[in-house]
Design a binder for this molecule. Structure first.
Ligand SMILES: [Zn+2]
Ligand SMILES: [Zn+2]
Ligand SMILES: [Zn+2]
Length: 92
């Protein structure tokens, strides 16, 4: 039962932002994805787990500030500054 553990930061506004993802290896010999999956000949299709379980999402950190969006900060361009497109004004 290997899976991806996805961690989040939770803001005071209630929004969450992904902070990282960790691959969790279950280390079971009966899991085809595990690095400990048995090497010897066996009835793999019937005795082993054939796929990962769904991603697990957990909040690892909490912060007392609101998220960038709620504070009016564009999420993508943090230090890019304002880029005004002056050609937006159209007279019709
Ligand atoms: Zn596994
Ligand atoms: Zn197997
Ligand atoms: Zn927010």
């Amino acid at each position: 039962m290997c899976y991806w553990l996805v961690t989040y930061m939770r803001y005071t506004c209630g929004h969450e932002q992904q902070t990282g993802s960790h691959y969790i290896d279950c280390h079971m010999s009966t899991c085809v994805i595990s690095t400990h999956h048995r090497q010897e000949d066996h009835d793999c299709a019937n005795t082993c787990l054939q796929e990962m379980i769904e991603d697990q999402h957990i909040v690892m950190e909490r912060t007392t500030v609101a998220c960038d969006v709620c504070r009016g900060i564009p999420p993508a361009s943090r230090s890019a500054g304002g880029r005004n497109s002056s050609s937006a004004a159209r007279t019709n």
